[in-house]
Each structure stands twice: as structure tokens, then as C-alpha cells.
Design a binder for this molecule. Structure first.
Ligand code: CTP
Length: 432
């Protein structure tokens, strides 16, 4: 993540640019509302004056008392409270703020905002305001990816609302994963600082409408191939399939229609993807060709470069070639990535290859991007001491036509999520 985005709005003398600015924080009714307690503290540390409007549903998750203690102010809630209206009306709540922040912005709250409802204090303030509005959605992934929510978000963006997109990951509900987690507090603080500082684009990494892959078909290859020597022996490699499978899962979590073509691995099938299992490079090529057309092809499989020219139909017996050991004649396998990338009739609009290197990682990856005719290469150093092959973490460089981005050491799931967010951005950029 761009560090300036997170911590950049700080003056040289150590004071924050946002010192003395006023935020009206509208807290919706979601389990993530608890993060607002920390958010208020972090904002106040930076000298931001925070006033809270707590929706009726929000009171089920955080109490007015704790928010009042943290803001050192009263907490507003009921549109029809005569006391509130006498002391400070909803118009004044908006007038006395520099920025309105809606967090967590639930599906229901977003729908009301998009529809212009004003049946409680929160929505009335939002409808009456002429101040910038920053919304941080949080909801179940299915609700987030639902066309109705995406429509509402697109409408609100068109209306000028800025979004801090939700993160991807495990939800509070067991077994639910995908985009929909409220952005983390440092990201929220960063986005608020940027909005207060008047920055035009506060889009942190995440999954706003530009990051949805709904309606896109993505084909992913994963795992090793096994090239038979005879019915019981084969040539293989150390690929675990973890990175390719994580990519398929991340694509599905963003709403894509995913076809995962996998060599033999010891991994559970990622949720929400169609799977084709193959063993050899020849089978992989046939399966990928059958899976076309696709919008995106991501070739993470560690395909064996060679296969045995004349694999034996029977188990090769010791001593079959007299006293000498058998000699294996190898022939080159088809290059699946290159074949698809060069085939004009089936080439996906975005082709992403991987480069497994043990030396000159970036230079070799740049060469591979050209020789394989792909758009991007995800390059990684697979030297044994990196522990990448078969491990849970990966340090990659994304090589594109525009340059090289070196990502920090990340869990393979995080690499996958970042990559898929970049893919979604790229698709939105090239075919909005
Ligand atoms: N690949 C492929 N078919 C092959 C070999 C590789 O589709 N027969 C793809 C891999 O899935 C990966 C990319 O090509 O996306 C690069 O793979 P890599 O093993 O790094 O490179 P190789 O082409 O095998 O070249 P070398 O072994 O010389 O580095």
C-alpha cells in the first residue's frame, strides 16, 4: 500500500493537516460498528473534532455512552427528539462539519442514501448536507456483490460520495469470506485525512465497483503437472498449487465466474469455482483451450517443460535393459501460456503469466513477458532458501508494460487478492 496514502497528511512540524477539522461520523447498524470506537480515538489523536450520529440499528452494536465518552460530546440519534432539534437541528449538524463519514455503511443505509430517503436523523442529515461524504461499506460479501448494492454504490459515486472500499477476507459470520469487511481503522483514518485535506481520490485498495469482477470469466491454471514415465512413476515438481488456488478463490470472491484447471494438489477446492483436474501438460493445454473464451487467463501452474518421449505402458522392470539403468528420452511439452497468448482467436483480453526464477528474477521475467506474449508477469524467486515453492508466503514483482512493482512479503492469499484487485482495475480501465 502506498505509505503516503496512509500516513502522508502530516505537516513537517509534526502537526496533522487535519488538526481542528470537524467530522460528523454516522454509524450504521453492523457488527463492524465497534471499529468506530477506535476510529474516534485515532481521529481525536490527530486533533479532529468528532461528533457522532448513531442510527437506531447502530445502537445495537455500540452504546451512545461509550461514544459520548470518547467524543466528549453528546451523541445524536433520534430525528424527532425535541431536545436535539431545539439545541442543534439536523441542518446544523451538517453545517458544523467539514466532512460526513458513514461507517459502517450498511447495504440498507446505502440503499436509503441512493434513494434519497430521510426517515431518521442519519439519512436526513445525509440528504440535507452540502458537505463531502465519505462512506465505508461493510456487509456480507453476497450483499456487497448483489447488483442492487453495486447499483446503489455506482449511483452514490455519481452523486459525489467517496468510498473507502471494503476489504476482502473472513467475515464475522463463520465460513463467510469475500469482499465486505469494513476497511481497517488506519485505512479509514488515511481516507478521512485525504478527504479533509481535499484530496480528490481516497480510493485505498479494496473492492468498490471498479473492483468487482461480476460478469467476468477468469481461467486460472494451478499446481504442478505429472508427466508419466510408466504407470507408477512420473516426473513432477515442487509446486503446491497454493498460489494458483488462492488466485481462483480471490477471483470468485470478487464475483468472477472462475474456471480453475489444476494439476494434482493436496488442497481443498476453493469455494465458488468450477474445477477441471488434469495431470499432464498436454491435458492442461486441452483443458485451457476448452475453457476459452475468457476475459482473463492467469497461468500459475508449474508446467513440466519436458515429458518422457515414449512413456511405457507397463511398469519398467529393473534389469529390463540388461545391467544398465533405463535412459529417459525427453521431449518438450507445449507451452500453454504462449500458445493461448499467441492465439488471436481465443486470447483473453488480459493474460497473466508467472515466472519462477532462481536468478536475475526481474530481468528474466521481463524477457518472459515478451517471449510468452503475455500482458503481465508475476515473478517470484523460487530458490530453495526463499521457502516460496510449497510455502504459505510469497514475495513477487508484478511486471507489466508500464514497469515493475515489487510487492512486500505477503501471504499467498494476500498476493492473490492484490493481483485480482489490479485485474479488476485494469478491466474497468480498458473496458469500462
Ligand atoms: N508455462 C506454460 N506451459 C509450459 C511452461 C510454462 O503455460 N510448458 C507457463 C507457466 O504457467 C508460467 C509461465 O509459463 O505462467 C512461466 O513458467 P516458468 O516455469 O517460469 O518458465 P518456463 O517457460 O518453464 O521457462 P524456464 O523454465 O526456462 O524458466
Amino acid at each position: 500500500m502506498n505509505v503516503r496514502r496512509l500516513y502522508g497528511h502530516r505537516k513537517r512540524n509534526g502537526k496533522c493537516d487535519v488538526d481542528g477539522k470537524r467530522v460528523l461520523l454516522i454509524i450504521g447498524g453492523g457488527i463492524a460498528a465497534y471499529k468506530c470506537l477506535d476510529l474516534v480515538r485515532r481521529l481525536r489523536e490527530r486533533g479532529v473534532r468528532v461528533r457522532v450520529v448513531l442510527t437506531e440499528a447502530g445502537t445495537r452494536f455500540v452504546t451512545p455512552l461509550s461514544l459520548s465518552a470518547l467524543t466528549n460530546d453528546r451523541v445524536f440519534g433520534d430525528l424527532f427528539s425535541l431536545d436535539d432539534e431545539r439545541e442543534i437541528g439536523h441542518i446544523r449538524l451538517s453545517r458544523e462539519a467539514d466532512l460526513l463519514v458513514v461507517a459502517p455503511a450498511t447495504a440498507d443505509l446505502l440503499a436509503k442514501m441512493a434513494g434519497g430517503h430521510a426517515d431518521d436523523l442519519a439519512t436526513a442529515v445525509l440528504l440535507a448536507t452540502d458537505k463531502p461524504v465519505l462512506a465505508a461499506p461493510a456487509m456480507n460479501p453476497r450483499m456487497w456483490l448483489h447488483p442492487a448494492t453495486q447499483r446503489n454504490v455506482a449511483q452514490l459515486e455519481a452523486d459525489g460520495v467517496t468510498f473507502v472500499p471494503p476489504g476482502i477476507g473472513e467475515m464475522a459470520e463463520r465460513g463467510e469470506a469475500g469482499p465486505g469487511r469494513l476497511a481497517e481503522v488506519p485505512d479509514l483514518v488515511s481516507a478521512i485525512e485525504a478527504a479533509l485535506a481535499g484530496a480528490a481520490n481516497v480510493g485505498a485498495e479494496g473492492s468498490g465497483p471498479r473492483h468487482s469482477l461480476a460478469g467476468r470469466r477468469i481461467v486460472v491454471t494451478s499446481g504442478p503437472t505429472h508427466e508419466p514415465i510408466d504407470p507408477v512413476r512420473y516426473i513432477a515438481n515442487r509446486s503446491s498449487g497454493k498460489q494458483g488456488h488462492a488466485i481462483a478463490a480471490a477471483a470468485a470472491a470478487l464475483g468472477a465466474d472462475v474456471m480453475l484447471i489444476s494439476g494434482p494438489v493436496n488442497l481443498p477446492d476453493p469455494p465458488g469455482v468450477s474445477i477441471v483436474r488434469i495431470e499432464t501438460a498436454d491435458e492442461l493445454l486441452a483443458a485451457v483451450q476448452a475453457a476459452m473464451p475468457a476475459d482473463v487467463g492467469i497461468f500459475a501452474a508449474a508446467v513440466a517443460d519436458w515429458r518422457v518421449a515414449n512413456a511405457s505402458g507397463q511398469k519398467i522392470k529393473k534389469g529390463a535393459s540388461g545391467s544398465s539403468v533405463p535412459t529417459l528420452e525427453l521431449v518438450e511439452n507445449p507451452d500453454v501460456l504462449r500458445t493461448i497468448a499467441r492465439d488471436r482467436k481465443v486470447r483473453p483480453s488480459l493474460v497473466v503469466g508467472f515466472a519462477a526464477e532462481t536468478q536475475d528474477v526481474i530481468a528474466n521475467a521481463q524477457k518472459k513477458r515478451k517471449s510468452k506474449a503475455c500482458d503481465w508477469i508475476v515473478a517470484n524467486d523460487v530458490s530453495p532458501d526463499t521457502g516460496i515453492m510449497g510455502g504459505d508466503r510469497n514475495t513477487v514483482h508484478l511486471v507489466t508494460g508500464e514497469g515493475v512493482e515489487s510487492w512486500p512479503d505477503l501471504a499467498k492469499e494476500e498476493v492473490a487478492q492484490r493481483l485480482l484487485l489490479r485485474v479488476a482495475e485494469e478491466l474497468a480501465r480498458s473496458e469500462p
